[in-house]
Design a binder for this molecule. Structure first.
Ligand code: ADP
Ligand code: MG
Length: 260
């Protein structure tokens, strides 16, 4: 297959940056519930982009369309310069191995140990790791990244909520993704544990130079982690900017986010 040439764009800060993921004019309805309406998003290489929206505003729907768990009604989704609607199953699977997805909640397999939970994606994407048969070393490295090597043989039920979230993060990292999608990474956690997870996300971003799309309605999380933010309001990308820029807006719909 012919590779598309790299898409390099100048943003308003006049720095040429590569776009690794783009949603263009995305629409998705459930009968007469128009969840996404002409939604647009660009994720640049190496950045932490936060999409903030109220509960029920369509954040999870957006991310599910992105990873192909849901089909958008219309719009274009480009990941690493490839239009995902034009890929066959094999090409899509290869691309998926480069995209880590941390589900809302931790979504670990309850009947599997931590080790087995981490081995699962390795088996599913065995092609990516065909030259690296040392599964155990990969599992241990992923767990060390989240400070949980000692929990390798425990069951999810034996872990605290924060530890479960860390294991979920390790399971996402084990495939060495270029892009990580986080759906509400701090939801359901107490503030201290939430902060630990945010710090881990920053450490991982620096260590692997991943590009991250972080969906959240947690203002503290957005403030700490975002290089740039998009506010999802009324189904669309209503406002974009840095946390600082948006938090001083006088638009009532934007102000509502920061008055928590
Ligand atoms: N599979 C589905 N079938 C019908 N409606 C759905 C489905 N998934 C989500 N929705 C609706 O889409 C809207 C956005 O949901 P969601 O993306 O989960 O919100 P959030 O921003 O909290 O993640 C809600 O009104 C929800 O009821
Ligand atoms: Mg959600």
């Amino acid at each position: 297959m012919k590779e598309d040439s790299a898409i390099i764009e100048k943003d308003n800060r006049e720095v040429a940056r590569e776009i690794v993921l783009e949603l263009k004019d995305l629409n998705k309805s459930f009968e007469d519930n128009h969840v996404l309406k002409h939604f647009n998003l660009k994720l640049y290489k190496g950045e932490n982009l936060v999409v903030m929206g109220k509960s029920g505003s369509g954040k999870s729907v957006m991310i599910k369309c992105l990873v192909g768990l849901m089909e958008a009604d219309s719009g274009k989704i480009t990941v690493m310069h490839k239009d995902i609607t034009k890929l066959n199953q094999e090409a899509l699977d290869i691309l998926r191995a480069d995209i880590g997805f941390l589900f809302q909640g931790s979504a670990l397999y309850d009947s599997m140990t931590v080790r087995e939970n981490l081995e699962f994606p390795l088996r599913r994407h065995s092609k990516k790791f065909k030259n690296n048969a040392n599964t155990e070393a990969l599992v241990i490295e992923a767990l060390q990244n989240v400070g949980l090597a000692h929990a390798i043989d425990l069951m999810p039920a034996e872990l605290s909520g924060g530890m479960q979230r860390r294991v979920a993060l390790a399971r996402t990292l084990i495939l060495q993704p270029k892009i990580i999608l986080y759906d509400e990474p701090t939801s359901g956690l107490d503030p201290i544990t939430a902060k630990e997870i945010i710090i881990l996300m920053q450490v991982i971003q620096k260590k692997y130079n991943t590009s991250s799309l972080i969906i959240t309605h947690d203002v503290d999380c957005a403030r700490v982690i975002s290089d740039r933010m998009i506010l999802l309001i009324d189904g669309t990308n209503y406002a974009e900017g840095t946390f600082k820029e948006l938090s001083v807006s006088t638009d009532p719909k934007i102000m509502a986010f920061f008055k928590q």
